[in-house]
Write a protein that binds this ligand. Structure first.
Ligand code: AMP
Ligand code: MN
Ligand code: MN
Ligand code: MN
Length: 277
């Protein structure tokens, strides 16, 4: 018996993915995904189109979100799964985050202008059809051959400590989980091994997340190796959280994050879909 393939973290042109919601769903189906969550950054604008495409190709669609959260001045991504996009406080909160994103993009643009690259803001905006993010800036820098790849663009300009990094105060953990739960969804810590926190701090974060009824850790994802997945399964067990699986797909050109190509959850890690119908 072949098992069901879940991919519960992906992006479309509604945020910083390069495929339209329809093209994303088609590629997911071709890649053998049975259950796909669309989790764009701070936007649910791709949901209707993705749901229609999924119905057409016969895969299950999970409406999702990836919310930008500031926890003790650190950027944390919280995925929401199974959310009703029509929950007004969710949309109100996401709209506020998009205003902050727009203001941050302008500030990043001003930083590039200051170092002699005045066209970068317009270039990045030209690549964004929905929510504008740092990845659009990185993509533009690659396009104009300022850097050799996306990684280098982040490393040279866009990460904390670099010249064109612009800090931003996102949603609080409490707000994000409140919106997700109010919208009927489950909250998942996205790519948990990517946050550069000490064990003590990370545990404090997980306890805060658990106290707010957070459901799961993304135990397996494209940015975790087998050891990190194992480590995260251990935290999930210790804190009492389920495990989620997501590719964090953004583009077919990215060879290390392919739709549906994520390792299965480590044995004994209960999945976030345990109680799904
Ligand atoms: P933002 O939400 O606009 O701050 O940008 C975060 C997004 O940028 C992530 O979701 C990734 O898509 C991308 N990203 C962040 N760091 C890197 C990196 N080092 N290399 C490639 N992409 C990155
Ligand atoms: Mn992204
Ligand atoms: Mn993320
Ligand atoms: Mn993501």
């Amino acid at each position: 018996m072949s098992s069901i393939c879940y991919d519960l973290h992906s992006h479309s042109t509604a945020s910083d993915g390069v495929l339209s919601p329809t093209a994303l769903v088609h590629l997911a189906a071709e890649s053998g995904v049975d259950v796909l969550a669309l989790t764009d950054h701070d936007s649910t604008d791709g949901h209707l189109e993705a749901a229609a495409a999924a119905a057409e190709v016969g895969i299950d669609f999970v409406p999702g979100i990836e919310i930008s959260v500031s926890w003790r001045k650190r950027l944390i991504h919280i995925v929401g799964l199974g959310i009703d996009r029509n929950f007004p406080p969710l949309q109100q909160g996401l709209a506020e985050l998009r205003v902050k994103r727009q203001q941050r993009a302008e500030a990043i643009g001003a930083r590039f202008e200051k170092i002699g690259m005045p066209d970068v803001y317009a270039g990045a905006c030209g690549l964004a059809s929905g929510v504008v993010g740092r990845l659009h800036f990185a993509m533009y820098l690659v396009e104009r051959r300022e850097v050799r790849d996306i990684q280098q663009a982040f490393k040279k300009y866009l990460v904390k400590g670099k010249r064109c990094y612009e800090p931003c105060e996102w949603a609080s953990l409490e707000e994000a989980l409140g919106w997700i739960h109010g919208a009927g969804g489950q909250a998942v810590v996205a790519h948990p091994a990517r946050y550069k926190m000490s064990r003590t701090l990370f545990r404090e974060f997980l306890l805060d997340f658990k106290a707010l009824d957070g459901a799961a850790l993304e135990v397996t994802c494209s940015s975790h190796n087998a050891e990190e997945a194992h480590l995260m399964a251990g935290y999930a067990e210790e804190i009492g959280l389920l495990g989620s699986v997501g590719s964090d797909f953004h583009s077919p050109h990215n060879s290390w994050a392919k739709l549906g190509k994520v390792h299965p959850l480590p044995a004994g890690c209960p999945p976030v879909w345990r109680d799904w119908q």
